[in-house]
Structures are given as structure tokens and as C-alpha cells.
Design a binder for this molecule. Structure first.
Ligand code: TYD
Ligand code: MG
Length: 469
């Protein structure tokens, strides 16, 4: 993987801390509650002072020159557009989200709730990679013994993965230089700290500075660095979100830790598309890829129940059937609107559309909506299924057995087409679904065997149709 030249952070003179406003960039020598530049409160964060801006540019230029010689300015057409070379990780579902595999010098961030399977997946991937390449697993959360125990549990007894239990950035950097791995996992970035900063490990300043240094190491040495980041339930205090712009690829784990299925979704990928998801099942022996995931997010009701509607959503190149559940129940003076897996603002809009255009009032009711299995659905094509689930709960009438729906609903009550409707319908028919309500433009030109398709262009028509079932 190319010549290696590592710019080690500990070779630099000991840096001073400065406090930088995250809004306007004003610097102050000590922490202040209010930014002297823009007057914003609580925006100053600690960072490393790299000298005056003139020196900084000079230093940056010389370190760049050390890494690779200055490039001449070229016309776009003259630059050869060679595709980057990818090294498959050997885990098919992970390669799918990465766009084929890892890229030399690339930095990948994998985020997700604690306990969702980040360490497990990466240990499995490193084991595969270690058969062809030198790899290093830096663990800051678990001891070497705990990692070894996990590897035995995963059946990786004879693994050649090199392990380092260390949390100090400078020592990690030295180990990367000594080991020269092709792939290095840092588990997790929140435990790493640099002694150049006085703030605690896990603080925004530490996380950002350590990730920036590791990115420099990756670019300079050609080592692929994979950073693990925890996302807290409340959002992201010092969470990996502050790193999203630094790294090349951002993957997030989704799914309910209580169920066995996990989704890995690419949020950003400088080396490939971001629309693919990887689907895994957590087993006794670690994470196993699910090649045919279309039916895993359906819950199994004996008989159809009110408040449930199956949505055919399209994730990447594969259609996925997800049950949407709604519960509408008498609320207090300020009724609640809660949603899991569906955007809450979107839910409020759908309730308004249902009221205005279909005469279904829920303004005095609590409304809860859930996408089964912990999937997060962001595509607007979910609207119709969510609204049909809500009306079904409101009326206490179940939708017919084997019913699916998809389609975006606009504020004027119009039902807009969803991309690749035919594929969605075919997948539903394959899984034995019998009735569908879809946007007019998605109506199949040729009948699909076993599936009765009702095409609508307004939400009122859809509501009228289900009243008649
Ligand atoms: P882990 O990879 O430690 O999560 P993270 O690094 O994201 O915090 O996964 C932890 C969970 O996975 C833990 O609750 C146990 C479970 N697990 C299995 O079910 N099977 C296995 O083979 C392994 C290794 C873990
Ligand atoms: Mg872990």
C-alpha cells in the first residue's frame, strides 16, 4: 500500500491550548462563558494552538510537502479519473455499504448505540483482512483479554489480528508507525486522548483533535483507519457527529438492541454511493449478513389488527417490507405526538393532511407511531402507509390481511409516486401480499400475479377505499 511516511504528532513541539468559538472562530487564551467576538454563550471549546496563522500555513505547507510533493495545477480533463482501489473486508454486507471495500488512506467512522455490535463487526472484519494484510486493533474500552475472549467466542481462535490496549494518542501513533498496519481500528475514539490538551477524554476538543491527528496519519501513511464512535440516546454529547466532516466515510448502526437484526447505513461516503444498507443478524457467533432482508421487519399477527399497515420501502437497491404501527388514543388537553423511526415533524404534517383533506380528526388524541424493528425510515414514500395505519387505529378497523401501501402524500392531499414502484410491488407479491394501495403513477402496466393493486391520486380516495374493504 504505497510508501509510508508518518507525521507523528509527538514530533511537534508541545502545543498550547486556545479556546475557539465554534460559531465565529474568535480565539481566547482562556475559557469564557460568552464569546468576546460574537457574544454567543457557551460556544468556546478547547483546541490546540498551532501558532499564528502565518506560521500555521507555513507549518501546514511544510508538512504537506513532506507527505507528498507539491502538485501542479491541472485542467480537470487532463487528470486521469482512475477509480480508487478497494480491499473487500470479506464481510459482504459491510462491503456493500462501503461501496465495495476499504480504501487505502481512507478514514471510516462507525457510530451507533453502545452494545449494538460495533466491536463485534470490526473484529470479524479485521480477522478476515488479517489473512491478507497486517491489521491492528486498538482497544481503549476493553482489555486485551476481553478482546481475546470475544474472538474465541466468535470462533477466531487462530486470528492474526494484532491488538493494542492503549488510549493515549501519541502512543497509538507510535504503534501505528512501528506496526505499519494496512488497516487500524480505534475502538473507540471517545476513549482516546492527546496529552497536548488538558480537557478530559471524550470531550469535544479531545475527540476532534484526536480524530484530526489520526486522519493525518491515515493520509500520510496509507493506513485505513476505522474509528468507532458511540452515539448517546440523547443525541450526541461529544458524539461522533462532530467528526462527520473530518472523515471520508460515515456509517451508522441502527436497530433495536433487543431484537437480533442490525442495519448499517452509510451517511457519507467520499468513495461511493450512500444509498446502500447492510443487514446483519446478531447470533451466538457474532454478526451474520442477511442476504435476503425483505421480510425481517414484519411482525407476525395471527389476524390483522387495527393500527398496522405494511410499507414497502426501498433501501439502496433492495426493497424492504416494514410494518408501521399507529396507536391513536384519547389524550389530555395537550395531546402527544410520538414517533419512533419516522420523523415527528412529518407525522404532524400527515395528521394535518388527514384532517383537512380526509376529514379524520385526531387533534384531541394522543398519536403514537412506530416502525417495527428499530428501522429508521426517511423516505417520504412512507406517508401513505403511516396515514393508513393512523386511520385504521382511529376507526378501530384492521386493514385486510396481506395489505401493503406506499406513496408520498403532499400538503394539498395529492398522492405522489415513489421511485421504482414496480420493484416494490413485485417484492410484496413474492412475499404473498394480496392487496395494495399505491400512487396512480406507480400502477403496474401489466398485472402482477396474486396482487390486486388500487391506484389513487388523492388521500381521500385511499381513505374511501379502505373504508370499503
Ligand atoms: P459489541 O460489539 O460489544 O457492541 P458495541 O461495540 O457496539 O458496544 O456487541 C455487544 C453485544 O452483542 C453484547 O450485548 C453481546 C452481543 N453478542 C452476541 O450476541 N454474540 C456474539 O457473538 C458477540 C461477540 C456479542
Ligand atoms: Mg465496543
Amino acid at each position: 500500500m504505497g510508501a509510508r511516511l508518518i507525521c507523528l504528532p509527538h514530533n511537534r513541539p508541545m502545543a498550547k491550548s486556545v479556546y475557539v468559538c465554534s460559531d465565529c472562530g474568535t480565539t481566547a487564551p482562556k475559557w469564557l462563558g460568552k464569546c468576546p467576538g460574537c457574544g454567543a454563550w457557551n460556544t468556546l471549546v478547547e483546541s490546540v494552538d498551532e501558532g499564528t496563522s502565518k506560521n500555521r500555513y507555513a507549518a501546514a505547507a511544510s508538512s504537506r510537502a513532506a507527505l507528498n510533493p507539491a502538485q501542479p495545477v491541472a485542467t480537470l480533463a487532463e487528470i486521469e479519473a482512475s477509480d480508487v482501489e478497494r480491499q473487500p473486508t470479506g464481510i459482504e454486507e459491510l462491503d456493500r455499504v462501503l461501496g465495495g471495500g476499504i480504501v487505502a488512506g481512507g478514514v471510516v467512522l462507525i457510530g451507533g448505540d453502545p452494545g449494538i455490535g460495533k466491536s463485534t463487526l470490526l473484529l470479524q472484519a479485521l480477522d478476515h483482512l488479517s489473512r491478507a494484510l497486517p491489521v491492528l486493533y486498538v482497544t481503549g474500552e476493553e482489555s486485551g483479554a476481553q478482546v481475546a475472549l470475544r474472538s474465541r467466542r466468535l470462533g477466531l481462535g487462530a486470528s492474526r489480528v494484532r491488538v493494542l490496549a492503549e488510549i493515549q494518542l501519541e502512543k497509538i501513533a507510535a504503534a501505528i508507525e512501528a506496526e505499519q498496519p494496512s488497516v487500524c481500528v480505534i475502538d473507540s475514539i471517545q476513549t482516546v486522548f492527546s496529552d497536548q490538551l488538558s480537557s478530559a477524554p471524550g470531550s469535544v476538543a479531545q475527540v476532534r483533535e484526536c480524530a484530526a491527528q489520526l486522519t493525518r496519519i491515515a493520509k500520510g501513511s496509507g493506513t485505513t483507519i476505522i474509528l468507532v464512535g458511540h452515539v448517546t440516546k440523547e443525541g450526541a454529547l461529544a458524539g461522533p457527529r462532530v467528526l462527520e466532516h473530518i472523515v471520508d466515510t460515515v456509517l451508522y448502526f441502527e436497530g433495536d438492541t433487543h431484537s437480533s437484526f442490525r442495519l448499517v447505513r452509510a451517511i457519507k461516503n467520499r468513495f461511493g454511493a450512500v444509498n446502500e444498507i447492510g443487514v446483519f443478524a446478531m447470533t451466538e457467533k457474532g454478526l451474520k449478513g442477511v442476504a435476503n432482508p425483505s421480510a425481517i421487519f414484519l411482525s407476525t399477527h395471527g389476524d390483522p389488527v387495527p393500527g398496522s399497515c405494511v410499507l414497502v420501502t426501498l433501501e439502496g437497491t433492495r426493497p424492504l417490507l416494514v410494518e408501521i404501527q399507529a396507536l391513536v388514543d384519547a389524550g389530555g388537553p395537550s395531546p402527544r405526538r410520538l414517533s419512533v423511526g419516522i420523523e415527528r415533524d412529518r407525522l404532524a404534517m400527515m395528521l394535518a393532511v388527514l384532517h383537512r383533506h380526509a376529514g379524520m380528526a385526531a387533534f384531541d388524541q394522543d398519536v403514537f407511531v412506530n416502525a417495527v424493528g428499530g428501522v429508521r425510515i426517511s423516505e417520504p414514500a412512507a406517508d401513505l402507509a403511516v396515514m393508513l395505519a393512523i386511520q385504521s387505529s382511529l376507526r378501530g378497523k384492521a386493514l385486510p390481511r396481506g395489505f401493503i401501501a406506499f406513496g408520498e402524500v403532499g400538503l394539498a392531499g395529492e398522492v405522489r409516486p415513489a421511485p421504482r414502484g414496480q420493484e416494490r410491488l413485485k417484492e410484496a407479491a413474492k412475499l404473498g401480499f394480496a392487496t395494495a394501495i399505491v400512487p396512480k403513477a406507480n400502477a403496474p402496466k401489466k398485472a402482477i400475479e396474486g396482487l390486486t393493486v388500487h391506484a389513487v391520486d388523492r388521500i381521500e380516495q385511499a381513505i374511501d377505499l379502505v373504508r370499503g374493504f
